[in-house]
Design a binder for this molecule. Sequence first.
Ligand code: SF4
Length: 415
Amino acid sequence: MGEEKKVARKKLKSAKVLGKFMADYYHELDRASKTGKKKIAWCTSVGPAEILRAMGFVIYFPETHSAMLGSTRMASDLIPKANAIGYSPDICSYLTADIGAYLEGVTPLSKAFEGITAVPKPDLLVFNTNQCRDVQDWFTWYGREYNAPVIGVHTHRGVGKITESHITSITRQLEALIEPLEKISDRKFEIKDLKKIVALSRECSNLWKKVLDTASAVPAPLTFFDGTTLMGAAVVGRGTSAANDCYRILLAELEERVLNKVGVIEDEQFRIYWEGMPVWGRLGIHFQLFAGLKANVLASTYCNSWIFSDLDPTDPFTSMARAYTTLFIVRSDAYKEKYIKKMLDFFKVDGIVYHDAKTCPNNSNCRYGMPQRIEKETGLPSLVINGDLNDLRLLSDEQTRTNVEAFIELLEENK
Ligand code: SF4
């Protein structure tokens, strides 16, 4: 793969602003770790970050670090190190790559950001099982290594209709975090601080949604492969005004593209929806593969996962419970199908690509007949790609290319 002529990709000027945000974010964590002046909390990517921020913690997200292990293609060599201490090659390759990196004493941060040589040491680790059980095992392992407390929220899974009992149970669990957090941070919880952070987080969510929604324009100004990087500020920076400032700049640039009918690829003929995790070590190659066939993968459930429209600063705990329970990943297949169909319509999609990520069943929605059901109802063709988020040994580039080419041919015939 990658030997053909490269397709020009219209670069976003504001990507630099987002890049600087990420650099500032990691340098702040590094300072906190080196000086001990601020407490550091590790948090899962859809964990209760707003509460941690409101209590003055600097927050580190191991999943983002592991995505970097994937995109820098360090992961495949590190995963066996975690396998050797009993973490199966079949479980989350974020977990195994990250633990492998720790065991080897390496991090992609040291190449990306000057002066950073290690990930920050946690004062505590906070998980939410809304995405999977792996995050709890992952954090528990580090809790033992660093001798740091591990606390968390256990969320309902496979949820169809969300009831008051779902929300009440999560609200109580979020409230129960306050006491241990006060002890560790040596700071009293103030509801006004949480309201302020939830307001900023909601604003971040609104801006990020608007950014992603610009891809409904024809031609689309954005590609999913860019979105996976641009979403960094929404993942690690929600609840900060700096993240919101970045997204205002990005949104303005994308809206200008829409106004001037500037697409991210030159000649957009096919519009594709991506369902599942990205293959982090293949972002550029996959962009080229699709763009070379005049197809733009322009929208995804994955990037939408950091839209939390239920957040409400006037009722922070309950609205956080609602926001983190209405998430796609937590829901039943019936809900997921309805959601995907809405997205296909909104983004004017010609076909769907499902990524069956070997080590993440939680984000692989093609194992129980969903593609077939959606295809039957919408008439839109779909393709399943076998691969993985981080473990490049689990995918065949040649197979992917052959399948994608055949898929685009099919879309061409359908036009
Ligand atoms: S959702 Fe998937 S990729 Fe994310 S932590 Fe869980 S198993 Fe890993």
